[in-house]
Design a protein around this ligand. Structure first.
Ligand SMILES: C[S@@+](CC[C@H](N)C(=O)[O-])C[C@H]1O[C@@H](n2cnc3c(N)ncnc32)[C@H](O)[C@@H]1O
Length: 243
């Protein structure tokens, strides 16, 4: 009975504030997601999750809907839930951009349980920062970072920041942004606007957009050059910056 009530509450939180059309789209998305979870690709992703966590003793796997997390409703409606990426695109993009990680700060916008931040720390970025607005995921990320640093001996600390990506002020200097389809165009534009203030400052600014469903936010205003477009990820460089 208690389980049924919890389930009903979750459903209520997911549909609250949405129009019938949005609820229909959400239902379709949920059904598609359920069907995909049986696919070979999903099985491969689960194995990759397990491999990372087995190696470092961390907990970065699984998926989580924003409706089940303690985040402001208006912001949750503009974002997407948790699912970790594997960092393969990151190493490829760094090679293409000829990034010397020791000179760059790295920020994962919507960092969840922090897997990509840990990968960036291991790759040798001068700073590895994750910004996540769900306190439940942030708490897991902090524990993961402690565990990862102890086991890996990564030379730099992972900075896990609890906050909204749209109001995060990126550190100055050469900068590498990572965004794995964490949110829609509204928040994406907030993030990019803060980076665009850097144009003209001379430091290189790159952004790796994985699962790039809202490329228009990058491409509408001519501030970002496409360096590489792989379909499932795009590497951008902020115009009028070095690199
Ligand atoms: C698809 S997951 C990506 C996780 C991680 N970046 C990775 O690649 O493994 C998206 C994450 O973005 C977070 N998120 C969504 N909107 C956000 C916002 N406005 N500010 C901060 N985090 C946000 C979600 O809570 C979720 O953890």
């Amino acid at each position: 009975m208690i389980k049924l009530a919890t389930w009903q509450n979750r459903v209520r939180r997911r549909v609250e504030g949405r129009s019938p059309r949005q609820i229909a789209a959400l239902t379709l998305k949920t059904l598609r997601h359920a069907a995909r979870s049986f696919s070979p690709a999903a099985a491969r992703a689960r194995r990759a999750d397990q491999a990372f966590d087995r190696r470092w003793g961390t907990d970065t796997g699984g998926t989580m809907n924003l409706s089940a997390l303690n985040v402001a409703r208006d912001r949750a409606l503009l974002g997407f839930g948790y699912q970790a990426s594997n960092g393969v695109a990151l190493t490829e993009a760094m090679a293409i951009a000829a990034v010397d990680p020791a000179r760059f700060a790295f920020v994962d916008y919507g960092s969840g349980k922090g897997r990509v931040v840990m990968i960036a720390a291991r790759l040798g970025f001068a700073r590895a920062i994750g910004v996540e607005f769900a306190p439940e995921l942030h708490t897991v990320a902090l524990a993961n970072a402690d565990r990862f640093t102890a086991v890996s001996g990564a030379p730099i600390r992972c900075d896990m920041v609890l906050g909204d990506a749209g109001s995060f002020d990126p550190p100055p200097g050469p900068f590498f942004a990572y965004i794995y389809n964490s949110f829609g165009p509204v928040i994406l534009r907030e993030v990019l606007a803060r980076l665009e203030q850097r144009a003209g400052a001379g430091d290189p600014v790159f952004a790796l957009y994985v699962n790039p469903r809202h490329r228009e936010a990058f491409e509408d205003n001519g501030c970002w050059h496409v360096l590489t477009d792989r379909g499932d990820w795009v590497l951008y460089r902020l115009a009028a910056t070095a690199g």
